[in-house]
Each structure stands twice: as C-alpha cells, then as structure tokens.
Design a protein around this ligand. Sequence first.
Ligand SMILES: [Zn+2]
Length: 284
Amino acid sequence: MSNAGLVTGRGESLLVDTLYDLRLTKTMLDTLTPLTSTAPISVVVNTHGNGDHWFGNQLVAHADIVAARGSVEDMRQVGPAEMHALTIADSAGGRFAQRIFGRFDYTGIEPVLPDRVFDGEMFLNVGGTEVCLIDVGPAHSAGDTIVYVPQARTVYTGDIVFAGAAPIVWHGPFERWLAACDVLLGLDADTVVPGHGPVTTKNAVREIRDYLEYVHEQATTRFTAGMPAMDAARDIRLGRFADLHESERLAVNVHTVYRALDPSLPPLDGPALFGCMAELCPRV
Ligand SMILES: [Zn+2]
C-alpha cells in the first residue's frame, strides 16, 4: 500500500520508511538482501508518523532510526494499539477503517521510535552517497520529511505526494503543504517516489498542488457563506480531480480548512474523521 526506498552507498545503505506490518516489512527486507548483503542498512528514515511508514521499525532496530520532531510526536500519539482499536470500533468510522486497513496485521508490532530526532534539515553521507532530509511539515502530518538524493536526481516525498490518489490533510496548514510542493518542484530531480502510488515525476507534484489550491478555495467560499463543514464536503464538485482514488478524503480536507479558519471549532478524533469519510464514500 505504501512505498519505501533503499539508497545504497559503499558498504552501507539507508532505508526510507518501513511498511505497515511485520509480514510486509520482512518480505521487503528479504527482497532487498542482494543489495543489503554487501551494503547493510545503517540508517532508517521515517518520513512521517503514520503507521504505514514506521510500524515495521522493529525489524531494522539495529540501524540508526531518524525522523523529524513532529513525526515522533505523531508516533507517540497513534501506535499499533490505537490503530487496532480504530479498526475494531463498532461505528461507521470503525467499519470504514476496517475496510481500508483490514488486510494488515498489527499482531506482534512493538512500537520502535526513532533514536535520532532532527529539526529543519539534516545531511547524511551514506557510504559516499549524499542524502538530504528536509522536514517540510507540518502539512500531511505534524512532521513530513522528504529525502533527496542529488546524485540520483531522486526524491522520496513521503505522503506529501500521493500518485493517482487524493492527498489527505490530517494536520495542515494547507499553505505549508503548498510550500512543500514548491520545495519539491525546485529540486534538481527527475524521479519522484511518492508515499503511495507508482514512481512518478514532478507532474504528480503539480497535480497535488492544484488539488490543494482548489479544495482550499472551494472550502473557504463555503465557510464564508456559513455552510457547515460536512455540507460543504457534500456540496463541492471535484471536477478534474473527481477520478482520484480515495476522493472521500475531501471530508477530512474540508474539516482541516474549517479548523484553520475558525480555531474554536472542536477538533475531530480519528474515529470521527473516518466516520466523515465513510459518509462521503457512497457518493463517490
Ligand atoms: Zn502513508
């Protein structure tokens, strides 16, 4: 469901993200053995604090695990126990979460948090390969790291880019995500590895940027007119973005715009946000 990446150097490698459960992460690590037998994983970067990018950490606990400060805060709040509780909740949100996450197995996952936390930027030399970590969050989550490998003209975006699917603005602000897209567009990179979806190019970054601008504008207009958030989510026509997978994420995105415009609005917890998406899903 989510992407990870391996950056190799002389005698060592850096892994970008682990996967959502132990079985998936083990399969990936086994598949990488031809590379990692001569260049073992010495550093792991978790791009952010959503489980599909770090729940496999215990299988690479021997390495130095690095993440942005905000990402670690998210990991502390929502670990495997919380995700399991969400998927068994007897509610519309719980059933919707089960539909999405039911194929993953949280059994045996011990939350292994990063050993090293950074703010802003961090530069690493992985056996002669230069790697630049930039925290462009808070945007999708409280901390969103992009991993740039200049000599490969490649960037791993974490969930700042979903290729072929709608982005989901769990945290925001939107402005910060738009700025993150501009950082990506400014890099000397031809290969963009998104958090989800096929390996792509900067065109996918432009698509995400356009979607965010459009949704922000549409939601703001309805907020100003006094329309409640869920009504606005039902009312907005996505136009050229309607074919994106998981378009029901619009419900969360509208909620995030509303909360930014009126901070006195009560925040919704995970189950409530999944409930909002479930409500929007039959329509799309
Ligand atoms: Zn993800």
